[in-house]
Ligand binder design. Structure first.
Ligand SMILES: CC(C)(COP(=O)(O)OP(=O)(O)OC[C@H]1O[C@@H](n2cnc3c(N)ncnc32)[C@H](O)[C@@H]1OP(=O)(O)O)[C@@H](O)C(=O)NCCC(=O)NCCS
Length: 175
């Protein structure tokens, strides 16, 4: 009997039914995270990991991890900071990691994961305040990926970028 193949990509919370061993995005630390740490972080409420499946439900084509974070008000560009209350720490949502397996890269799955993460972050603001989505980037290639989607570097932080929740709301209108 032929195996039933997924035709529609799905994004679901990581569980121990997923085959974490086979994931390889070309960045050692991101492979190690999904294999060794992500389930533990989910259990401890440190980060919630969501997994993209394309062919079969157990195979991981990509993933992202979300957590709560804070941004120092002084790290925001002046034109944005001046519209905010004078709190030293501004609540935000962190995409700590986002990766696509190298066999699936270049097919729009990175964008699909990012949009899903942004949408999930926006929906969560109905219950928990967050004025932006933050990403930590490891190298120039990752930075260029997020800049492609209008993320802006935080002031004085070369490896941290952000996108205001208001811009995300506008961008996702009608999606
Ligand atoms: C970065 C990464 C997530 C991109 O995923 P992908 O599936 O290959 O990207 P997509 O096919 O969805 O690309 C979507 C768009 O982003 C662009 N893009 C992809 N990678 C890019 C990069 N490094 N720099 C600039 N633009 C990039 C594509 O050209 C495409 O643009 P278009 O729609 O205008 O044609 C993937 O290459 C990856 O996992 N890399 C290793 C891990 C990593 O660096 N993660 C990010 C930081 S944690």
């Amino acid at each position: 009997m032929r195996a039933i193949l997924y035709t529609k990509p799905t994004i679901v919370p990581l569980s121990n039914h997923h085959n974490r061993e086979a994931f390889d995005c070309g960045v050692v630390s991101l492979g190690r995270y999904i294999r060794e740490q992500a389930l533990q972080d989910a259990k401890g409420k440190i980060a919630a990991t969501f997994v993209l499946s394309v062919d079969t439900p157990a195979a991981i084509a990509g993933y992202y991890a979300l957590s709560s974070t804070g941004v120092n008000a002084g790290e925001l560009p002046k034109d944005i900071a001046k519209k905010l209350p004078h709190y030293p720490l501004i609540p935000a949502t962190l995409i700590g990691r986002l990766a696509v397996d190298h066999r699936y890269q270049g097919n729009g799955y990175g964008e699909l994961l990012l949009l899903d993460a942004l949408q999930r972050s926006l929906i969560a603001t109905e219950q928990i305040g967050s004025m932006a989505v933050i990403v930590d980037v490891r190298d120039d290639k990752a930075k260029a990926f997020y800049e492609h989607f209008q993320f802006i570097p935080l002031v004085g932080c070369l490896n941290r970028l952000f996108l205001p929740m208001a811009a995300i709301k506008e961008e996702l209108k009608g999606v």
